[in-house]
Design a protein around this ligand. Sequence first.
Ligand code: G6P
Length: 467
Amino acid sequence: MISADLVVLANRLPVDQVTEADGSTTWRTSPGGLVAALEPVIREQRGAWIGWPGNADADIDPFMLNGMQLVPITLTACEVEEFYEGFSNASLWPLYHDLVAKPEFHREWWDAYVRVNRRFAERAAMIASEGATVWVHDYQLQLVPQMLREMRPDLRIGFFLHIPFPPAELFQQLPWRRQILEGLLGADLVGFQLSGAAANFVRLVRQRVGHRTQRDMVHLPDGRAVRAAAFPISIDTAGFTELAASPPVAARATEIRRMLGHPAKIFLGIDRLDYTKGIYPRLRAFAELITDGHLSTEDAVFVQVATPSRERVEQYRLLRDEVDRLVGRINGDLGRIGRPAISYLHSSYPREEMAALYRVADVMVVTPFTDGMNLVAKEYVACRLDDDGALVLSEFAGAAQELRQAWQVNPYDIDGIKAALLDAYHADPKEITRRMRAMRRTVREKDVDAWAARFLDELMGRPAPRP
Ligand code: G6P
């Protein structure tokens, strides 16, 4: 029987299943920053990670990996549809991202969300040791804090939301708004990417639940106090820098430039294929610069990597068709033999390939309509070992608050994106270095380890729960 002093809950387990040469399957920790930060803490603290392995009806026993106890949660095919694709990614995701797509609300989806959240909470209640610390992650699990507190009042519970938290005007559309707020209030500490999101939450709690609030504190009638504050997440900076500096990655970067035909400058976008990422306006802006005669396919190429994501959700299918059509049209109109305007890759790549792409990109283009943080922007900065490379960054990405020296753009303003791309393209190398050096200092000082330590220190420092 597992007993853990630190329990992490996230919708996904931090592992991927890999098939060996002999056909057997094993697990490998996935390359995400969250696991890089939490693995050492989990190992030290006899910790466990509860999550979904990523496929339907997989009934897997808990197992150990790299000193972490991994506890898989089973979702039926129907729950994958209603809890994951439905309520999490077709109701909450668009609602929390500024209605970039229209959220759908269905009562069966909500019922599945409650049921799956309860399953996660029950599992945590079973394995957490007396007085343990529990850290719940992201929008898929917002009811867990309250459910868990009811089952185990001895636990210290933290929650962190990785995506934006919407203003009251949008949040209140949610038919189950009160339940979500109360779910989150089960935590002792509720963390957000930005202070504006924490303020949205506190204001909603005051207006909709009627609790007394004071700055970043919510005072509950039973005497408990909940703190809501910003903890901007970051990346494994040292890991990325080291990878970018490795000889195979350097060689691969040179090879990529050669394969692209040695254009004067390479523009790069790397995103999950998601409608919040603003892939469409950035490609249009780039294409118009060619049409207008400001750039030519001899001078510039745009490499766009779009990682497949949530492919069974309708809005994601529509987006894929839209991007396919746009890329086809741009290349058909503007490309020449061996010189496409856009090199489009609908695929996911290992970290090494990403690092090579970051190294080779002269202008990195990150234009989400809204984004909790956007780690791609920080990864690019971490990989620019020579303090060069220009970052064009949406004002509406959380990262824009820290990466102030980027060329910041409004992703809804195509002319503004065009101007920024051109400015970055022609920028004086000294100017580029001045900006990149400052941004590199930021990501070096504030990495994902510092983020996790700050959150956990703050959580441990909260008053001990009453027995
Ligand atoms: C965002 C969310 C994560 C999620 C990830 C990938 O970063 O904040 O919670 O895991 O996207 O999405 P997926 O649906 O594949 O888990």
